[in-house]
Design a protein around this ligand. Structure first.
Ligand code: FEO
Ligand code: CA
Ligand code: CA
Ligand code: CA
Length: 654
């Protein structure tokens, strides 16, 4: 990747085991089947597997082939690709900054001062590196589109851009002192902020009554099958039922009963010390804890040193649920959804009322999961749904070469998930979900990010961001390119998709490839609608959302610097003549990724989280590659949430 400081390379190259992925056997048996069917030579050539898929008559019948007709239903004039210090949006639209890193959130918070970033101030201010966004209308239960609560994940911190004197590069993150480390911990977690649109302009309410900061030290409850398990117990929590904080909250989701879910992703990066000096070396290795922390936290906070607290890392890697309308609510780690590097967890309601949560494990050669609640949700009694996420079945995806997707249950006692293989109970299966999925024969994917159902057509879209390490021998139909630098999007078609009764809970579905990213004509195997313009191609899909018309909006993370293209937001039809015709709508400032695309209920605003602006090679606090959005001397770049509105007040995308 020619983006050495990007989230992808900085964060994942920091840990050698992460760099190649932690899956010890990433070659799916499926590649053998392809080799047998299409010939090894065909399998080895980039794009051949894609072509093979496109040739399946069944795929054609299901509308999996991008249409050639056009035009797109999206009416905005396409933005031109750029790589610049500032951001840009399509003509006819306006960018409004809603809140920036360090802005006051809670009562008593000081104003942001780039020279005084302290733990105490940061605990009351907006956190760093905003990622997932969700909008909850005020009052609760309304569909108000001009007033609500914005829930924001703060995934990680850029030590070298937060504090002076840190230099640049990987080592800068391990130069923070005890106070700076605590400030970083306070800059993690989430913010809940009250936001309002007044005279067409979005702003937030400092010290709003619902405003909240959740940090790496907020008290949380552990629930579900792994609560109280031996490995969940620590010196500070002998019962294994309570934990401080949530880490590396990347994407998220929500529930039909109005709570938020936040995914704990690269939690491994915070733990230091030698795993060989604990009883858990093998499992730590499988999750990327290999003795080389990405931060200095473990030197200043004992629980992140595995030699001092061997079990703390088991208490991260979960999905956390909380009620955004109640600032006193205690967040709950829902262990039934499994422990892995959750990008997020998005829901779809299945035909019988059970709720299905899709979640990707974002690492090279990891898997796609879904959780199905045991019972239907109750739309008439919010309290009845309170613990719905504690009881259900976790499944992992196996993508067959014939277009069939099989969901394999991670249930203790079934198949290989027995005591003979080291799983004493369901808690063990969930804590070691990755190893359980290995044994079931799940398909290793090219870094699954968002997995999200389109409410209009019932199909589920899997963002596979990239995988530079996949070799020709490891290619399979669902991950058809070796050295996949640009990623692709898999489209899952559950039974009943397109009708009013979609069976998201079914254990089988069909799948195909929606787009294969990269620049057409340059990057082998790139595949879009034939009319996609030179501005419309994209790289590294990460987050997505859908508008009321069922069109997909794709945010990217990791566009290669060499292509002269920053990360951006692209939109495409998912059906009809413009299917898979991606168009560039917004482009981020240099170094930033675009996260958290989130529409208001009227689709007249889209919120975006602009994460790690200025995260370029050589960028420092003193000499950052951009000072977006303030552009004031001495002020470093500030991750911010922006709102994009149409100047004529219409719906986004037309
Ligand atoms: Fe934090 Fe999967 O991106
Ligand atoms: Ca991110
Ligand atoms: Ca992400
Ligand atoms: Ca990403």
């Amino acid at each position: 990747m020619a983006h050495p400081q990007s989230h992808i390379d900085t964060f994942e190259a920091l840990d050698a085991s992460e760099d190649i992925g932690s899956n010890p056997n990433p070659r799916a048996p499926i590649s053998d089947i392809i080799a047998a069917r299409f010939g090894r030579r065909a399998m080895l050539s980039a794009g051949a597997a894609l072509a093979a898929l496109a040739a399946t008559p069944e795929a054609e019948a299901q509308g999996l082939i991008p249409r050639q007709g056009g035009p797109s239903s999206l009416s905005f004039p396409e933005l031109r690709h750029q790589l610049a210090q500032s951001d840009a949006v399509a003509e006819g639209y306006e960018i409004q900054n809603v809140i920036r890193w360090g802005d006051p959130v809670l009562a008593g918070a000081p104003a942001f001062d780039a020279t005084r970033v302290t733990a105490d101030a940061q605990a009351l201010q907006f956190g760093y590196n905003n990622d997932y966004l969700d909008f909850f209308p005020l009052p609760a239960g309304s569909t108000n589109a001009d007033h609500g609560l914005l829930v924001v994940n703060h995934e990680y911190t850029n030590t070298n851009l937060m504090f002076p004197g840190m230099g640049s590069g990987r080592e800068s993150r391990t130069r923070s002192n005890a106070e700076q480390t605590r400030a970083e911990a306070m800059a993690h977690g989430l913010s809940v902020i009250e936001v309002k649109r007044t005279n067409g302009v979005w702003g937030y309410v400092p010290a709003g009554p619902h405003n909240r900061r959740i940090t790496a030290e907020t008290a949380m409850r552990i629930s579900g099958p792994a609560a109280g398990a031996a490995r969940m117990k620590t010196a500070a929590d002998p019962a294994g039922l309570r934990v401080l904080g949530t880490l590396n909250n990347c994407a998220g989701g929500n529930t039909p009963w109005g709570t938020v879910l936040t995914g704990e992703e690269n939690f491994n990066g915070y733990f230091g010390g030698d795993p060989a000096k604990t009883p858990h070396q093998a499992i730590m290795r499988r999750y990327g804890i290999a003795g080389e922390s990405w931060y200095n936290w473990w030197r200043h906070m004992d629980r992140f040193n595995v030699e001092k607290e061997a079990n703390e890392s088991f208490r991260f890697g979960w999905v956390v649920e909380f009620d955004p309308y109640d600032p006193q609510s205690v967040p709950v780690k829902r262990t039934a959804l499994g422990r892995f590097k959750h990008e997020g967890a998005t829901h779809a309601i299945s035909a019988d009322g059970r709720v299905v949560f899709y979640s990707g494990d974002d690492e090279r050669f990891e898997y796609v999961y879904k959780f199905v609640t045991a019972r239907p949700w109750n739309p008439n009694d919010r309290a009845a749904n309170r613990d719905l996420l504690d009881d259900g079945t976790l499944y992992v995806g196996k993508f067959h070469d014939d277009g069939k997707l099989e969901w394999l249950p991670l249930v203790h006692g079934q198949g290989p998930l027995t005591a003979a293989n080291g799983f004493a109970d369901q808690a063990d299966v969930l804590i070691e979900a990755r190893r359980a999925a290995d044994l079931l024969g799940a398909t290793p994917m090219d870094r699954p990010e968002d997995v999200e159902a389109n409410p209009v057509n019932g199909r589920v879209y899997v963002m596979l961001t990239n995988n530079s390490r996949r070799t020709a021998e490891q290619v399979n139909r669902a991950n058809p390119r070796a050295r996949n630098m640009h990623g692709h999007i898999v489209e899952i078609i559950p039974p009943g998709a397109g009708s009013a009764r979609v069976d998201h809970a079914a254990t089988e579905a069909r799948w195909g490839i929606f787009i294969a990213a990269g620049k057409p004509g340059v990057d082998a195997g790139a595949q879009y609608h034939r009319a996609t313009s030179d501005q419309g191609w994209l790289s590294c899909p990460d987050n997505c959302t859908f508008d009321k018309k069922g069109r997909i909006w794709i945010a990217t993370d990791g566009a290669p610097e060499t292509s002269g293209v920053a990360d951006g937001l692209y939109a495409a039809d998912t059906a009809g003549h413009g299917r898979a015709l991606t168009r560039l709508f917004y482009q981020a400032p240099t170094g930033a990724e675009v996260c958290g695309p989130c529409f208001t209920p009227d689709n007249k605003t889209i919120f975006l989280a602009i994460q790690h602006p200025g995260e370029d090679a050589g960028s420092t606090f003193e000499r950052p590659s951009t000072r977006w959005p303030d552009f004031a001397e001495g002020v470093p770049p500030r991750p911010s949430v922006i709102a994009i509105v149409k100047k004529d007040g219409g719906e986004i995308g037309g």
